[in-house]
Design a protein around this ligand. Structure first.
Ligand code: C2E
Ligand code: CA
Ligand code: CA
Length: 748
């Protein structure tokens, strides 16, 4: 056990006091009495001295304890822990409670002491720093590293120490120091470093200002975006550096009200280049909630804005003509309607544009539209007023006017401008247009109604022969409603199979015998009434429903006729009407082949009636199709001859079998001029080797005249109205009986 200094003093004092007394006693008889007194005195002195030493020692002890307490308190206050390392013995004392207890490992490998508690990545560094200090190379030792805590997690510490004693050989024998837990500090520091790195690397410009909006700092992106150097803007007023001062009042107000301000700004870089930025200014508050700084963040959005503008341009303008598109038109119209003042809307499309597209190709059609749009928009009366709604449909918006004279003259001018020939790929195209006009607010309360009514007026202009303008009126709408009802009725009829076929006989004018019949479609209403095709065929033509109706008629006619042929009642041809839509179907021949195959009707029992209008839409193509049909043994008749183009030049090129003279000519035969006309047609037809059918023959007189003019076949009420399949069957039976009678008479 070690002997404490206090005990050493007491023992020494004791010895000092006893020794002279003992010596005196030993020589009692040899010395004088005064010598004994001196010895006693010496002993007392020695005891007194010992007592004094003890008192002093106690005081010293107290002071030491006091200063130790003070040290502990100040260490506790600073958050530091104390350590004391007796280098020679390897003992390490730590005051810390949050660190693992120190193990005593007087081992050469355990350097730094308790190495295992230092993070492996930090051990070498700590060791080096410690060794440097022990070698006298540094005045003190200082290292930050991770130590293992009692809960086995790593915590950052700041370790500072100094050699305080040396052994006789001059080597350090003792070292003491403090250990500070800097985990929190380290985390904060790391966070700050992270923020600083972010600010440094962020692509947005960041400007930090004081409460007077004086710039305190900027990041590198600020320089990159603005071209302004950091040192040149520090301590500058924010508004002078970046943003026009005229907005500052508003900015300050917004910041005071909401704590934040954001907007898009247009700025100039140092080199004068204009750029756009999205700027946000935010308040930064201190712990007391007082505004301590402002931070302005902005990004360069010039490219994004350009892209957006391009996208907007693409979305709002028509890519073909460059005119504003339907979306923009509807927005503009909505604005005008909302303004509640007077405006006019002209909607127009090109007459027969489909024909141009079909015959000359879509590319040429597109070029034509482009050239027309550019021609019109060059004109000051149309500039900024013209829109392309789609296809060949355009709109002209006349704002703040309902001056009919002005609108009329503009519509006439528009027709004239469109009608000027346009040269496209060596073609000089003279196109016409039909215009529908509506006035706001009279003709519609909202953009949709206005557009719908303008369309209605335009279709009326077309139906009145095209190349004209029409103002919308209410009766047009009634017709439009009716048209819609018919369209729905047709759809319903097709679904429910309400379309039936009636047959009208065609009689040989010489023999009076049945040679064929025309299949005529009827709509058999659910109530049992028949609807004449005159009321639904035009709508079906327009909507395209005629294609499906045509298929139904062809199938039913072929099926009926095949049955009558099989029963020996009929040997001729059934004539089926083909609409122009059907005729231009690319798969027309296949469709007919399929129907004939399914119904097992031989093709030579079929005749197709085509109008002049149909074949004249594209004569070369028509000739092609007609040749294909003829090659199948199908007969072809030209229907309503004389009412259309009547192109004799083409007539001889069409591979026809029959020519049907329209009822209008037959009706006109009661006068010489009419008779001559029929005579001429008859002569031409016979010269072209065509047989002639006269349609709509109602009277005996007409029959006689036609007989004289050597007409071949008669069709009309004179012989029979169109009959339903059951009645026509009876008609066929009668015909058979009559033939039998005639035969019997002939034989007898
Ligand atoms: P269309 O092809 O010229 O047919 C002849 C029309 O004249 C038929 O009218 C017929 O009933 C009528 N008619 C015949 N003889 C006389 C007569 O002596 N006096 C009078 N007043 N009329 C007579 P419908 O059946 O009303 O057909 C009208 C038009 O409808 C047809 O004219 C044809 O263009 C079209 N059509 C009829 N059925 C079809 C069809 O299945 N497909 C196509 N695409 N069109 C058809
Ligand atoms: Ca016909
Ligand atoms: Ca006809």
């Amino acid at each position: 056990m070690a002997i404490k200094p206090k005990n050493i003093i007491i023992i020494s004092a004791f010895l000092l006091g006893i020794l002279p007394f003992g010596l005196s006693a030993l020589s009692w008889h040899a010395v004088e009495p005064y010598s004994l007194s001196i010895a006693l005195l010496c002993s007392c002195g020695a005891l007194l001295l010992a007592h004094i030493s003890i008192v002093k020692m106690r005081r010293y002890q107290q002071k030491l304890e006091q200063s130790e307490e003070q040290l502990r308190l100040s260490l506790w206050g600073s958050g530091d822990e104390l350590w004391d390392w007796k280098i020679s013995s390897g003992q390490l004392y730590r005051s810390s409670t949050w660190l693992n207890p120190v193990a005593f490992l007087p081992d050469a490998d355990d350097f730094p002491p308790n190495k295992q508690q230092i993070h492996p990545q930090d051990q070498a560094r700590v060791c080096l720093l410690l060794q440097q200090h022990l070698d006298g190379k540094t005045d003190y030792f200082e290292a930050t590293y991770r130590l293992k805590t009692t809960d086995q997690s790593w915590t950052w510490v700041l370790d500072r120490g100094k050699v305080v004693a040396f052994a006789d050989n001059g080597k350090p024998s003792r070292m003491t120091g403090t250990l500070k837990n800097i985990q929190q500090l380290k985390q904060t520091e790391e966070q700050l470093q992270l923020f600083a790195r972010c600010l440094h690397n962020i692509s947005d410009a960041v400007v930090i200002c004081d409460t007077d909006l004086i710039i305190l700092d900027v990041n590198p992106s600020f320089t990159q975006i603005t071209g302004k150097q950091r040192q040149d803007v520090l301590q500058q007023r924010f508004e002078l550096t970046l943003y026009p001062s005229r907005f500052m009042q508003e900015i300050r107000k917004k910041l005071a009200d909401n704590g934040s301000w954001t907007d898009e700004i247009e700025e100039q870089r140092q080199n004068g280049e204009v750029y756009q930025a999205e700027l946000t200014i935010d308040q930064i508050k201190d712990e007391q909630g007082h505004v301590s700084q402002y931070v302005a963040v902005f990004s360069d959005i010039t490219e994004r804005k350009l892209r957006e503008a391009e996208l907007h341009r693409l979305a709002s303008s028509d890519t073909l003509t460059g005119l504003p598109n339907r979306t923009i038109f509807m927005q503009r119209l909505r604005t005008l309607v909302d303004s509640r003042s007077e405006h006019a809307l002209l909607v127009f499309d090109l007459d027969n544009f489909k024909k141009i597209n079909d015959s000359l190709g879509h590319e040429l059609g597109d070029t034509l539209l482009c050239k027309l749009a550019s021609r019109l928009s060059q004109h000051s009366s149309y500039r900024d007023k013209l829109f392309r709604l789609g296809g060949d449909e355009f709109a002209l918006l006349l704002e703040q006017t309902n001056d009919l004279a002005f609108i009329t003259s503009l519509a006439k001018d528009l027709l004239a401008k469109i009608n000027q020939p346009i040269q496209v790929q060596r073609h000089d195209l003279a196109i016409t247009s039909s215009i529908g006009i509506v006035l706001f607010p009279e003709d519609g309360a909202d953009p949709q109604a206005l557009l719908r009514n303008a369309d209605t007026a335009m279709y009326h202009a077309k139906s009145q022969g095209a190349n004209r303008y029409l103002f919308f009126n209410d009766s047009m709408n009634k017709q439009a409603v009716k048209r819609l009802q018919i369209e729905n009725l047709i759809r319903y009829g097709l679904k429910e199979d309400y379309f039936v076929v009636h047959y009208q006989p065609k009689m040989d004018i010489v023999t009076g015998q049945l040679v064929g019949m025309e299949a005529l479609v009827r709509f058999n209403t659910p109530q049992g009434g028949l609807v004449s095709p005159a009321s639904f065929i035009p709508v079906a033509e327009e909507t395209g429903q005629i294609i499906e109706i045509g298929e139904v008629v062809l199938r039913k006619a072929c099926r009926d006729v095949k049955a009558w042929i099989d029963q020996g009642l009929f040997h001729g041809r059934v004539a089926v009407n083909l609409s122009s839509r059907q005729f231009s179907l690319p798969f027309l021949c296949e469709l007919i082949d399929d129907t004939l195959q399914q119904t097992e009707l031989p093709s030579y029992h079929l005749e197709l009636e085509i109008t002049e209008g149909t074949v004249m839409q594209s004569p070369p193509q028509a000739i092609e199709t007609m040749k294909k049909l003829r090659a199948r043994g199908i007969h072809l008749a030209m229907d309503d001859f004389g009412t259309g183009y009547s192109s004799l030049a083409y007539l001889k090129q069409f591979p026809l079998n029959t020519l049907k003279i329209d009822k209008a000519f037959i009706d006109d035969m009661n006068n010489a001029r009419g008779r001559n006309m029929v005579d001429t047609i008859m002569t031409i037809a016979h010269n072209l080797n065509l047989s002639v059918v006269a349609e709509g023959v109602e009277q005996q007189a007409q029959l006689e005249m036609l007989r004289k003019l050597r007409c071949d076949v008669i069709q009309g009420y004179y012989y029979s109205k169109p009959l339903n399949a059951a009645d026509f069957y009876q008609f066929l039976l009668q015909q058979k009986q009559q033939r039998a009678k005639v035969m019997a008479v002939a034989i007898s």
